[in-house]
Ligand binder design. Structure first.
Ligand code: GDP
Length: 231
């Protein structure tokens, strides 16, 4: 009788190689469009943590939401007519209870369109100011600021609303790929000074196209939504 030959295929089936642990997937990647509201009274009852995104039109808000959620067209650019004048809620399903939402990312209407008339501006102030003032479930604010443009008067007005409630804020200085490193750091320091009204502020250079600041921003937002979450 011939001795048993070593069967590599059988060995591999019985002793599968230890899987190297996959990179952690951000909770934010699970976000799904849930509902749009034109007015505050159309929003669902506040039940779970919300993180809102605010910024001037063209600040890179939708690009930031799309890269943070790893989806190409979850949020629409301010150049797209339609959903951009609405409050859009993106739900993050609870991994442990698929029918429940762990939290929401809330895309608020962009502001500062040169062309908008007074009535539209007032409506914006009512929606945005009302949401920031009253929304009980608001856990944190992501403020998008074009890094080359810096903090504008409208951003400062918004900062005062945020400061009134003492909401923690993450300022993302968008399109950071357009500036060399040293200038990015200077811009972040300037933004911190300009937004000093907001007590709890983190300001980060960010780029949706070059993924600058992406992991840090995602960790910050995840922590607001689910402080104990194990992704
Ligand atoms: P929104 O109007 O605030 O939603 O802004 P968008 O996300 O639509 O972006 C406005 C413009 O800025 C678009 O032309 C984007 O391609 C551009 N943009 C957005 N993010 C970045 C970025 O990280 N780097 C660069 N270079 N351009 C960006």
């Amino acid at each position: 009788m011939r001795g048993a030959t070593f069967n590599m295929k059988l060995y591999n089936r019985l002793h599968p190689p230890l899987l190297s642990s996959p990179p952690p997937v951000s909770l934010l990647h699970r976000a799904r469009f849930t509902v749009s509201a034109a007015r505050l009274d159309q929003l669902p009852a506040p039940t779970t943590a919300e993180v809102c995104f605010v910024g001037r039109s063209n600040s890179g808000k939708s690009s930031a939401i799309n890269v943070l959620t790893n989806q190409r067209r979850l949020a629409f650019s301010s150049k797209t007519p339609g959903r951009t004048r609405l409050i859009n809620l993106f739900g993050i399903p609870d991994p442990l209870a698929p029918d429940a939402w762990l939290g929401f990312l809330v895309d608020l209407p962009g502001y500062g369109y040169a062309a908008v008339d007074r009535a539209a501006r007032d409506e914006w102030a009512e929606v945005l100011g009302g949401y920031l003032h009253e929304r009980a479930s608001l856990a944190g604010v992501v403020l998008l600021i074009d890094i080359r443009r810096g903090v504008t008067d409208l951003d400062r007005r918004l900062a005062r609303w945020i400061a009134l409630r003492g909401l923690p804020t993450l300022a993302l200085l968008t399109k950071a790929d357009k500036l060399p490193y040293g200038q990015r750091i200077q811009a972040a320091a300037r933004a911190r000074k300009d937004l000093a009204d907001i007590g709890t502020l983190t300001a980060l250079p960010f780029s949706a196209t070059h993924r600058i600041g992406l992991d840090e921003a995602a960790a910050h937002i995840e922590n607001w939504i689910s402080p104990q979450a194990v992704p």
